[in-house]
Write a protein that binds this ligand. Structure first.
Ligand code: SF4
Length: 72
């Protein structure tokens, strides 16, 4: 799979968010360099715009992403 097109500048990918190292690496493999269509940050960025992605939204917070989108 291709790398996520939002890699550059993504707070999560660039280690600007606190994350346990092993878990962070796993998320990067699964989402950033795997299937970004399931990433909460990616989903919100695509639907609402990159500036609407909360700084503390982690890739696995899919439910939270759906809530944000429902709220617009
Ligand atoms: S955290 Fe999500 S938006 Fe950021 S680079 Fe990874 S897949 Fe893309």
């Amino acid at each position: 799979m291709a790398d996520c097109e939002l890699l550059s500048g993504c707070l999560f990918f660039n280690d600007k968010m606190p994350m346990e190292t092993g878990l962070g690496a796993l998320f990067k493999k699964n989402y950033c360099q795997g299937d970004n269509s399931k990433c909460a940050r990616y989903i919100v960025a695509k639907k609402l715009g990159r500036d609407k992605v909360p700084t503390n939204l982690y890739p696995n917070m899919f439910d939270e992403a759906e809530k944000l989108i429902a709220q617009g």
